[in-house]
Design a protein around this ligand. Structure first.
Ligand code: ATP
Ligand code: MG
Ligand code: FE
Length: 343
């Protein structure tokens, strides 16, 4: 079965073709970062309009890259939520309509299920069950994944998401949007150990996260430290370390608590090099295997939607003729498809 996947939940337009026998045949991405950067964040109306402009040409480019046309597509998957409603509607409208025109089933995919399954596109795909650390712009979650659509949330952020904490802290440091990668780059030149930032909620039992206090600690450090060259880099370095330590500690706790033997990391913050290194060390120490998507598939992309859509479409799941999207949609509301094939 060959599936066209469409991602438009936020500020990336992604289109991909995934084939059950041949794997990923094409993936195309247009990032809107430049359109939103001057506003310091994503402007929903600009996002919707840009998806409208870029989506159809990207579908054509993806089909050309896969060396096929619509007649070779057996199903269409699009992100149906959570995300910006206007942006989601662009992908859902085109995806649903193409499926209608081609006479094939369509499916609305949960964006976080896409992130969660993305490591399974890589050469050493994790088998079920596994523990997933999902750290993106809008989510920070630890999830026990028993199979496709069988997700149990073990912990989540009670305030800012991990990516949001990176972005807000980057803004405090005067870095351009999106802040995560810029902060990581600045941190690489910083001296460690100057600031003792908190590791929130690590002394209490439990697997929830809280990152807003960490951001406030950075604001105080900026206010109180003497303004000298390298200050921003030193703060970035210790902030990044506090984030990494906190995430790694909760992963260790969740692994020990669940006894799961595979750790999967996904979402934009999963592209962070220091986090990847810390988790590699943790996995080795705990005797578990570690699985990441390639950095380009940590952030939003069409490939993860094509793949998650394939898994469910191949099991016989599809939607009716309506076009519907959801701004909010909890991951553990998902169910396995009736007749799960080997995804
Ligand atoms: P969600 O998936 O929760 O709806 P989103 O789609 O906006 O949110 P992603 O695209 O998965 O989020 O990830 C983007 C986030 O990842 C941003 O907050 C960005 O700053 C962060 N990020 C990307 N690269 C890095 C990095 N190298 N280090 C730290 N953070 C990063
Ligand atoms: Mg994005
Ligand atoms: Fe995302």
């Amino acid at each position: 079965m060959r599936v066209l996947g469409i991602e438009t939940s936020c500020d990336e337009t992604g289109v991909a073709v995934y084939d059950g026998a041949d794997g990923l045949l094409a993936h195309q991405l247009h990032s809107q970062v430049d359109s939103h950067a001057i506003y310091g964040g994503v402007v929903p109306e600009i996002a919707s309009r840009d998806h409208i402009r870029k989506l159809a040409p990207l579908v054509e480019a993806a089909l050309a890259e896969a060396d096929c046309d619509g007649s070779a597509i057996d199903g269409v998957a699009y992100t149906a939520g959570p995300g910006l409603v206007g942006a989601l509607l662009v992908g859902a409208s085109l995806g649903r309509s193409l499926a209608w025109a081609w006479g094939v089933p369509a499916l609305g995919v949960h964006h976080m299920e896409g992130h969660l399954l993305a490591p399974r596109l890589e050469p050493d795909p994790p088998d079920f069950p596994f523990l997933a650390l999902l750290v993106s712009g809008g989510h920070s979650m630890l999830v026990a994944v028993e199979g496709l659509g069988r997700y149990r949330t073990l912990g989540q952020s009670i305030d800012d998401a991990a990516g949001e904490a990176f972005d807000k802290t980057a803004k405090l440091l005067g870095l351009p949007y999106p802040g995560g990668p810029a902060l990581a780059e600045l941190a690489a030149g910083g001296r460690p150990g100057r600031f003792d930032f908190p590791r929130p909620l690590t002394r209490k039992p439990g697997l929830d996260f809280s990152f807003s206090g960490l951001k406030t600690a950075v604001a105080y450090a900026l206010r109180d430290a003497p303004d000298e060259p390298g200050l921003a880099a030193d703060i970035a370095r210790d902030f990044e370390q506090a984030m990494v330590d906190t995430l790694a500690l909760k992963c260790r706790r969740a692994l020990r608590q669940t006894g799961l033997k595979r750790l999967v990391v996904a979402g934009g913050v999963g592209a962070n090099r220091r986090l990847r290194a810390a988790l590699a060390e943790l996995a080795e120490g705990e005797g578990v295997s570690l699985h990441f998507p390639r950095p380009a598939f940590c952030t939003d992309n069409g490939a993860m939607i094509a793949y998650a859509g394939y898994c469910r479409l191949a099991a016989g799941e599809s939607v009716g003729p309506e076009i519907s999207v959801r701004a909010r949609w909890r991951l553990d509301e998902l169910k396995p498809p009736g007749d799960a094939l080997g995804c």
